[in-house]
Design a protein. Structure first.
Length: 360
């Protein structure tokens, strides 16, 4: 007997259509049963513009009635409370895009009933799904470079523009700015590739050695994005100890130029370096005895580097990584495997609490 389809619904028509729809659709056995936007007509228009079936546009009530196994919540953070309350009528699992709320206190209020239940809720930090990063985590945990004592990450998006940036990204009161738009991804990635978990961060958050800074190089968002009313940072950096390893990150959306994500991990017996620039990625591992060099290939897998350039992938590493993350979520919910790389709702709330402590 063939297995019944695994039903996925998507709430949100920005990243939900660009990343989550194709990512889940690529997982064998998944059926997308509905996409919810501000209204069905608008959602149908956006689906059609993306070359996707417009008939999947629906209301939230219609989506719940379809009996989804999982709903991906990809709306702006300010809307999460209302949505999570409505979705409590369903027993489906949830994937909540980062940030899970505008701050940790709000997150604790929104998800209070869920935190005490057995309902699976995953945090949308899909870089964990990249096979290359899972490989890095594995060799760090195995001690290939000795004890990891330093992780440095840097991410650069294209400069935000008033005619393209989502409203919430440009407004701190709505959960925007680099601190919350990209900070959760880098903070989570630093914890993940160093082989740690959020329980390894000293508590109360912000009590150990740390730094945090948020800046707006172009003056203020009020002057840079004339149709916004509250200023938000275009660059954010922080550093803190995670399980005895110093983790430092910097992210920016202030300058023109290529997209970039890079990190290095220093250990007592070696070094790991990763770089992804405008669609091309490579990973280098050095120890006293040997060194290994890889290119990033389709699906975020690693291949031995040759003399040629790495293959050109989607410039967004998040879109490269998402199908693998989606596949691990579905496999876990179907009981096929237990996803060791998945982030939980508690991880998402801890991420916010750390960023609150370091970047306010």
């Amino acid at each position: 007997m063939s297995e019944s389809p695994f039903k996925v619904g998507i709430v949100g028509t920005g990243v939900g259509i660009r990343t989550h729809f194709p990512g889940f659709a690529a997982v064998p056995g998944v059926e997308i049963v509905g996409v919810v936007g501000s209204n069905p007509q608008r959602a149908a228009e956006l689906l059609s513009n993306a070359g996707l079936p417009s008939q999947l546009a629906c209301s939230l009530d219609e989506l719940i009635a379809s009996g989804p196994d999982l709903v991906a919540v990809t709306t702006p953070p300010a809307e999460r409370g209302t949505l999570v309350g409505a979705l409590s009528r369903s027993s489906c699992a949830l994937l909540v895009e980062k940030p899970v709320a505008r701050d940790a206190d709000e997150a604790s209020r929104i998800y209070q009933s869920i935190l005490g239940s057995s309902r699976p809720v995953f945090h949308g930090v899909q870089l964990r799904g990249l096979p290359a990063f899972q490989y890095v985590r594995g060799i760090v945990q195995d001690g290939l470079i000795g004890r990891a004592f330093s992780v440095r990450l840097r991410e650069r998006t294209s400069a935000f523009r008033a005619d393209s940036v989502a409203d919430w990204v440009g407004a701190r009161s709505k959960g925007g700015g680099e601190r919350l738009a990209m900070g959760p991804h880098l903070l989570d990635l630093g914890v993940f590739v160093s082989g740690h978990k959020f329980d390894d961060v000293p508590r109360p958050f912000g009590s150990g050695p740390h730094f945090g800074t948020a800046v707006t190089p172009r003056g203020t968002w009020i002057s840079a994005l004339a149709d916004r009313k509250d200023a938000a940072d275009e660059a954010f950096g922080c550093g803190l100890f995670v399980g005895g390893c110093w983790s430092e990150l910097f992210c920016t959306g202030a300058g023109a130029g290529p997209r970039l994500l890079e990190f290095d991990i220093e250990g007592t017996e070696g070094l790991i370096q990763f770089s992804f620039v405008d669609g091309r990625g490579r990973l280098d591992v050095f120890t006293d005895a040997e060194e290994w060099h890889y290119h990033l290939s389709e699906g975020g897998n690693l291949v031995q580097a040759s003399g040629s350039e790495p293959p050109k992938l989607n410039p967004s590493l998040f879109r490269v990584a998402f199908p693998s993350y989606a596949n691990e979520i579905v496999a876990t919910l179907r009981g096929v495997s237990v996803g060791p790389n998945l982030a939980t709702l508690r991880d998402g709330i801890d991420t916010l609490a750390i960023l609150d402590a370091l970047g306010r």
